[in-house]
Design a protein around this ligand. Structure first.
Ligand code: BG6
Ligand code: BG6
Ligand code: GLC
Ligand code: GLC
Length: 922
C-alpha cells in the first residue's frame, strides 16, 4: 500500500518535473539565445536585412542622453503600460534633482484599447481636455508601441502590441492622428514636440541622474530595450557622426522561427490566444502580460492529468487573464507561507490544497525564472554589442529599468542581473530603477527637441560633447604629457612643461611678518599688503588696490610694462606710508616661468593677452628691480615669484593643510600640485615634495588634441596673439569662451538658424560676447532675459526661441570646458593617488578664477565630473576667497625666514634646510 502511494507520488512528481523541464534553460541554451539576439540586432540595423529582421531596431531621433542643461515646463502623455498617465513636468533650473511632476492616472476602457482608431483618439482628447489649462505647454508623448520614426515628432505605428488593437491606426502617424483629433475638437491647441517609446523615456529619466545610463529596459506589461547606438551603424538613417538611441523592439525576437527550440507548447498556446498571433514571441515568453497566462495553461494541463486541484478544471481556471503579474509576484514571495499562497489561490477562485500551493509556486518560479534569464541573455547581447562598438575590452554601463514585472517580482531582477553577469563577463552592468516613470524622460526629450535649433545645435556641436570614455581617454593623454614634462630626456620636447617652482610645502602655520604682494596676469593687476601676525593664533590682515593695466602697456615694450608696475607699487607704498621701509615682496606672476630658485623667474613665453616685447627669456625679478631702481624713490626686496596656481594652492593651504593642488579657471587656466621630488628629474634631490606648475594650458600644442578641436577652436587660435600655442587653454578658459560662443552664433545666423538670418556688424565684431555674458545667459532664473538684453545690444532682435537656443549653445561650450578641466584635473588626482600608493585619495584642491567663480553651473558640473572620472577619491574643492596674493605672501614669509637664516645669497640651499626642519617636525 505504502509502496503504491509512493510510486504514484513519484510518478506524479516526474510528470511535473517533465513539464517544467522545458522551462529550465541550460547555460548553453542561454548562450545561444544571446548569440541569436546579437545576430538579430545586427540584422535590424543593416539596410538589406532590416525589412525582414525580427528585431526592428527603430531609430528614435534622440541623439543624446540629458546633461542637466534641460529646463522648462512640459506636458507628457504616457500611454501603453499598465496605466495611462497625463503629467505636467517642470524642470526648474536645469539642475539635476530639480524636476517637479504632477500626474494623473486614467483608466483605459477595454473597448477603447481594442476599439476603433477614432475612438482611441477621441479618448485621448477627452482626457487632454481636462488639462486644458496646461495645453499651451509643449507635449512629449510616451507611446509604448513600435513606431517607425522619421523625426522626433513623427512616428508611424508599425503594429499594436500587448493589449491594444484599435483599428485604423497601424501604418499611420500617431502624432498626426493626435493632432487631427485635437483640431477636430476645436477647443484647444497643443504643440506635440516629441514621440517617445517607453524604453527611451526610461533611459532618459535614469540618465538624468546617472550619465552612465545608456540603455533603457522595460520589463512590465511588455518587454523591450533601447540603447545608444553609433550613427554609422544605423544604415537606414543618414549621417555617420555621433549616436542615436535605437528602440530595439526585442519583443519581436523569434518571429523568424529562430527560437522555436526553446518555445514550449504553452508558449504556442498563449500566442495562439493573443491579439497578435505569431508576433512578439519573445515578449510573450518574458513579459508581465503573458507570464500569468503561461502559468494558467500549465496549471490546466497539470489538472487534466490529475496532478492539481483534485483534477477539477473549474470555470475560474478556464478564465483567461486571472493570473496577473502581481499574483505571480505574490505567490513567489519568499515571505509568504504556503497557507498564504493557498489563500491567494482561493481568492482567485482556485480551490487548492497545500500540496497544490507548492506545485503552483514551482510552476510560477519556472516560468518567471525563464523570463528573467531570457531578458538577461538579450541584455548580454546588447551590452556586448555596445562594448564592441566602442572597441573596449571592458565596459561599464548603466541600464535604466522600469515595468511592473521588474518592480514587483521578488526574484526577477536578481536572476536577470546574474544572467547578464554570466553571459557578458566583460561588462560591468549596473541597473537603476526609474522612480518617476518614462514621462519625465519624455519631458527631457521634449525640452531638447522643442526647438528646431536644438536638434541642429546638438548635431552640429556634437564634437563638443564628450562621453566619459572620451574624457577618460583625454585624462590618460594628459597623464602621459605630465610624465613627459617631468622626465629629463623628454622634457625638452614636452608641451606640458611641468615647471619646478621651488615651493616645497604648504603653509604650516608658523609664517609671520609684513609683506607686499604683487598680483599680475589675471583680469586684474592688484597690489596687496599682507600682515601675518602670530599672537594667540595666526591671523592675516590684507589691504589691496587694483590698478589698471591698459592694452597699450600690455602690448608695448617690456620696460614700459615694468615701469608701470614699479609706478603702481610706488603709489601703493606711498598710500600705505611705507615708502621708507623695505618690506619683502612676493610676486604672483601668472605666466610660465622657469625657476632655478624662488626669486628668479625667467619668462618662457607670454600667454593670454600679454605680449610686451623683450621680456620672454628674461628674469622678471631683474626687470622689476631695474625699473624700481630707475625710479629711486623707494627700495624693494622681491623674495619670491610664484605662479597664480601656486599662490592659490598656498592661500587655500593656509586654511586646509590637505590642499596639495591649485587650479585657476579664469582668463587663463592652469594647475599646480605637489609632486614627489624623486620624480622630478630636473631638480636634484629625492626627499620630500615640490610644487610643480604644470602649465596645462599648453596641452595639445603638439597636436594631441586635434581630434577634439573644432573649426571654432581653430578660428579662435588663428585670431589670437599666440597662434598654435595654449590650445587647451583656448578651448576652456574665460578669455576665449565668449568668443567661441560668438563664432558659433555667427555661423548659425549665417545658416538662417538664428535671428532670422540677421547678421549685424556688432555680432561680427570680435570680443563682443564675453565670458561674463555666457555666465549671465546661463543663470537659471534671469538667463533668458539676460540673453535677450545681450543679443539686443548686438542689434539682432532675438525671438524667444533664439534666446533659448543661444542659452543652449552657451551651456554646451561651458560644459565642454568643465568636462575638459575635469579630465586634466582627474589625471593629476590619479597621479597623486599613485604617488601615495593609496587605494583612496583624500585631498583638497584650491581653486580660483573668474570663470569658476562667476559661472552659475560651472563648479557643480566640474565637481561632479571629477568625482565620476576618479571615483576612488574624496576631493574637497576649496575656493580661494582672497586671491593668490595671500599665498604669495606665505611663500614670501618662508623665503624671508630663509634669508634670515642663510643670507640672501643662498636661499635655494636654505629652502632645503628649512624643509628639512619642516619634515622632521612632522
Ligand atoms: C512606466 C512607464 O513607468 O512603465 C510606461 O511610464 C511604461 O510608459 C511602463 O509602459 C512599463 O511598465 P508596465 O508594467 O506598466 O507595462
Ligand atoms: C586671482 C589671482 O584670484 O585669480 C590671480 O589672484 C589670478 O593672480 C586670478 O590670475 C585668475 O583669475 P582671472 O579670472 O582673473 O584670470
Ligand atoms: C511592447 C511594445 C514596446 C514597448 C514594450 C514595453 O513590446 O511593442 O514598444 O516598449 O512593450 O512597454
Ligand atoms: C596662463 C598662464 C599660467 C597661468 C594661467 C592662469 O595659462 O600661462 O601661468 O597660471 O594662465 O592664470
Amino acid at each position: 500500500m505504502v509502496t503504491a502511494v509512493a510510486q504514484r507520488l513519484a510518478s506524479q512528481r516526474k510528470e511535473i518535473d517533465d513539464t517544467l523541464a522545458a522551462f529550465a534553460l541550460s547555460p548553453t541554451q542561454l548562450q545561444e539565445v544571446k548569440a541569436k539576439m546579437r545576430v538579430e540586432l545586427e540584422r535590424g540595423l543593416k539596410k538589406d536585412s532590416h525589412p525582414t529582421a525580427s528585431v526592428k531596431m527603430l531609430p528614435t531621433y534622440v541623439y543624446r542622453t540629458p546633461d542637466g542643461t534641460e529646463r522648462g515646463k512640459y506636458l507628457a502623455l504616457d500611454l501603453g503600460g499598465t496605466n495611462f498617465r497625463v503629467l505636467v513636468v517642470k524642470i526648474r533650473t536645469g539642475m539635476r534633482n530639480s524636476v517637479r511632476m504632477y500626474n494623473k492616472i486614467y483608466a483605459i476602457p477595454l473597448e477603447i484599447m481594442q476599439g476603433t482608431g477614432e475612438e482611441y483618439n477621441m479618448f485621448t482628447i477627452i482626457i487632454l481636455y481636462k488639462l486644458r489649462n496646461n495645453t499651451r505647454l509643449p507635449l512629449g508623448f510616451t507611446f509604448s508601441f513600435p513606431c517607425n520614426q522619421t523625426g522626433i515628432d513623427k512616428g508611424d505605428l508599425v503594429c499594436w502590441t500587448k493589449g491594444f488593437k484599435a483599428t485604423e491606426c497601424e501604418g499611420y502617424d500617431v502624432v498626426d492622428m493626435l493632432r487631427e483629433a485635437i483640431k477636430r475638437r476645436n477647443e484647444f491647441d497643443l504643440d506635440i514636440v516629441a514621440i517617445v517609446n517607453d524604453t527611451v523615456g526610461t533611459m532618459m529619466t535614469c540618465a538624468y541622474e546617472d550619465p552612465k545610463c545608456q540603455i533603457g529596459l522595460i520589463a512590465g506589461t511588455g518587454s523591450n530595450v533601447c540603447y545608444m547606438e553609433e550613427m554609422k551603424n544605423i544604415e537606414f538613417v543618414e549621417g555617420d557622426e555621433g549616436q542615436m538611441c535605437v528602440n530595439t523592439e526585442w519583443g519581436g525576437f523569434g518571429a523568424n522561427d529562430n527560437i522555436e527550440d526553446i518555445r514550449t507548447r504553452y508558449d504556442r498556446e498563449v500566442d495562439g490566444g493573443s491579439l497578435n498571433p505569431g508576433k512578439q514571441r519573445f515578449e510573450k515568453m518574458t513579459s508581465g502580460m503573458y507570464l500569468g497566462e503561461i502559468v494558467r495553461r500549465i496549471l490546466i494541463d497539470l489538472t487534466k492529468h490529475g496532478l492539481l486541484f483534485r483534477g477539477r478544471i473549474t470555470e475560474r481556471l478556464k478564465t483567461k487573464g486571472i493570473f496577473e503579474t502581481k499574483f505571480l509576484s505574490q505567490i513567489e514571495s519568499d515571505r509568504l507561507a504556503l497557507l498564504q499562497v493557498r489563500s491567494i489561490l482561493q481568492h482567485l477562485g482556485l480551490d487548492s490544497t497545500c500540496d497544490d500551493s507548492i506545485i503552483v509556486k514551482e510552476v510560477c518560479g519556472a516560468v518567471s525564472r525563464r523570463a528573467a534569464q531570457l531578458c538577461g541573455a538579450g541584455m548580454a547581447a546588447v551590452v556586448d554589442k555596445i562594448r564592441e562598438n566602442r572597441g573596449l575590452d571592458n565596459l561599464e554601463i548603466t541600464v535604466g529599468v522600469d515595468g511592473t514585472l521588474y518592480k514587483l517580482h521578488p526574484h526577477f531582477s536578481t536572476i536577470l542581473k546574474d544572467t547578464v553577469r554570466e553571459l557578458a563577463p566583460n561588462c560591468k552592468v549596473d541597473f537603476i530603477l526609474s522612480e518617476d516613470g518614462s514621462g519625465k524622460g519624455a519631458a527631457l526629450i521634449t525640452a531638447v527637441a522643442q526647438h528646431e535649433q536644438f536638434a541642429w545645435i546638438d548635431k552640429y556641436l556634437y564634437a563638443m560633447r564628450f562621453s566619459d570614455e572620451t574624457l577618460r581617454d583625454i585624462m590618460a593623454r594628459f597623464r602621459r604629457e605630465m610624465e613627459n614634462g617631468l622626465g629629463r630626456d623628454t622634457n625638452p620636447t614636452a608641451t606640458v612643461k611641468m615647471l619646478p617652482t621651488f615651493v616645497r610645502s604648504i603653509p604650516d602655520g608658523s609664517e609671520k611678518g609684513d609683506f607686499i604682494a604683487l598680483d599680475l596676469g589675471g583680469s586684474n593687476f592688484r597690489i596687496l599688503r599682507v600682515k601675518v601676525s602670530h599672537e594667540k593664533k595666526q591671523t592675516v590682515q590684507m589691504e589691496s588696490q587694483i590698478y589698471e593695466t591698459p592694452e597699450d602697456i600690455i602690448h608695448g615694450s617690456g620696460s614700459r610694462l615694468f615701469d608701470h608696475v614699479a609706478e603702481c607699487l610706488g603709489d601703493f607704498m606711498e598710500k600705505q606710508k611705507i615708502k621708507d621701509k623695505k618690506l619683502p615682496i612676493g610676486f604672483t606672476f601668472s605666466f610660465p616661468c622657469a625657476h632655478t630658485k624662488l626669486d628668479e623667474a625667467v619668462l618662457l613665453t607670454w600667454t593670454k593677452r600679454f605680449k610686451a616685447s623683450g621680456v620672454e627669456g628674461m628674469d622678471v625679478v631683474k626687470l622689476l628691480n631695474k625699473a624700481i631702481k630707475k625710479r629711486g624713490d623707494y627700495d624693494a626686496d622681491i623674495m619670491a615669484v610664484v605662479n597664480d596656481t601656486v599662490g592659490t594652492m598656498m592661500t587655500c593651504g593656509f586654511d586646509d593643510q590637505r590642499c596639495e593642488v591649485g587650479i585657476i579657471i579664469g582668463t587663463g587656466t592652469n594647475a599646480c600640485y605637489m609632486e614627489e621630488l624623486r620624480h622630478i628629474d630636473l631638480v636634484e634631490g629625492d626627499e620630500g615634495r615640490m610644487c610643480i606648475n604644470t602649465e596645462w594650458g599648453a596641452f595639445g600644442d603638439d597636436g594631441t588634441l586635434e581630434d577634439i578641436r573644432t573649426e571654432f577652436d581653430r578660428e579662435i587660435d588663428r585670431g589670437s596673439p599666440n597662434p598654435g600655442k595654449q590650445l587647451f587653454e583656448k578651448m576652456v578658459s574665460g578669455m576665449y569662451m565668449g568668443e567661441l560662443v560668438r563664432l558659433i552664433l555667427v555661423k548659425m545666423a549665417k545658416e538662417g538658424l538664428l535671428f532670422e538670418g540677421r547678421i549685424t556688424p556688432e555680432l561680427l565684431t570680435k570680443g563682443k560676447i564675453e565670458t561674463k555674458h555666457v555666465s549671465a545667459i546661463e543663470k537659471s532664473k534671469e538667463g533668458l532675459t539676460k540673453a535677450e538684453e545681450i543679443l539686443t545690444r548686438l542689434g539682432v532682435e532675438p525671438s524667444e526661441d533664439d534666446c533659448i537656443a543661444v542659452q543652449h549653445v552657451c551651456a554646451i561650450v561651458s560644459f565642454r570646458s568643465a568636462n575638459l578641466i575635469a579630465a586634466t584635473l582627474g589625471a593629476i588626482l590619479t597621479r597623486l593617488k599613485d604617488n601615495k600608493n593609496t587605494p583612496r585619495l583624500r585631498t583638497t584642491v584650491g581653486i580660483d578664477g573668474s570663470l569658476y567663480k562667476m559661472h552659475p553651473q560651472y563648479a557643480r558640473r566640474l565637481h561632479k565630473t571629477v568625482r565620476r572620472l576618479v571615483p576612488e577619491s574624496d576631493v574637497r574643492f576649496l575656493l580661494s576667497e582672497s586671491g593668490s596674493g595671500k599665498g604669495a605672501a606665505m611663500v614670501t614669509a618662508w623665503a624671508s625666514r630663509l634669508t634670515e637664516i642663510m643670507g640672501a645669497e643662498n636661499s635655494v640651499l636654505g629652502i632645503f634646510i628649512l624643509i628639512g626642519t619642516y619634515y622632521f617636525k612632522l
